[in-house]
Design a binder for this molecule. Structure first.
Ligand SMILES: [Fe+2]
Length: 177
C-alpha cells in the first residue's frame, strides 16, 4: 500500500523543482506505521540506511539513527527535503571556502513532524539520539557525495551506496582529498 503510493507519486517526478519535490513528500504523507516495516538498526554506523525508492530523477531514503553523529557532508549535486519521523535532530550547517575545511556557522533543531530543506552544495551534519528516524527525498539521486573528517583534515568522495561517514571499505572511497 505504502510502496504503491510512493511509487505512483515519485514515478511522476521528472527533474522536479524544489517546490514540486516538497509537494511530493507532502503527498506521500508517510507515517511512522508506513515506514516501520523498513526500520533496521546499525550499531557501528550513524544510521541504518534503507533505500525505499530510486529513479533517474529522485531517491527516497529512510535513516534510522543509532545515536552517533554523522560526518559533515554535502549531497553532491542534489537538493532534498528531510522529514523527521521520530525524535528530534540537531542540524549543523557549515560554510565552505575553496581549499579549506568546512566551518560550522549555524545550527537548528528540528522536532518530530517537521520537514526541512537541504540545499544543493551545502555541507551539514546531523545529530540525533538513538531511534531518531528521518525520511530523505533527494533530486537527483545523490552521486559524488563528499564526506569530511575534520580531525584528519581530509575529505573523501564516497560511492553512491555509502552514508554520511568515513567509508571503511576501500571500494567506497572514490577519491580522497
Ligand atoms: Fe545529508
Amino acid at each position: 500500500m505504502f510502496e504503491q503510493r510512493l511509487t505512483e507519486i515519485l514515478n511522476n517526478l521528472h527533474k522536479p523543482t524544489i517546490e514540486t519535490l516538497r509537494q511530493a513528500l507532502n503527498q506521500i504523507h508517510a507515517t511512522y506505521e508506513d515506514v516501520a516495516p523498513y526500520i533496521q538498526s546499525s550499531s557501528d554506523k550513524p544510521y541504518y540506511r534503507k533505500l525505499l525508492f530510486h529513479s533517474d530523477h529522485v531517491e527516497l531514503l529512510l535513516m534510522n539513527w543509532s545515536g552517533l553523529d554523522c560526518a559533515p557532508h554535502d549531497h553532491g549535486h542534489s537538493f532534498g527535503w528531510i522529514q523527521v519521523m521520530n525524535g528530534s535532530v540537531r542540524n549543523q550547517l557549515f560554510s565552505v571556502q575553496p581549499g579549506k575545511l568546512p566551518e560550522p556557522f549555524f545550527e537548528k533543531h528540528h522536532s518530530e513532524g517537521t520537514v526541512f530543506f537541504a540545499p544543493k552544495q551545502s555541507v551539514h551534519q546531523m545529530e540525533g539520539q538513538k531511534d531518531l528516524l528521518t525520511l530523505h527525498l533527494y533530486a537527483p539521486p545523490i552521486s559524488g557525495m563528499k564526506v569530511y573528517d575534520l580531525k584528519k583534515c581530509a575529505a573523501c568522495v564516497v560511492s553512491d551506496d555509502c552514508g554520511a561517514w568515513w567509508p571503511d571499505e576501500q571500494r567506497q572511497q572514490l577519491k580522497i582529498i
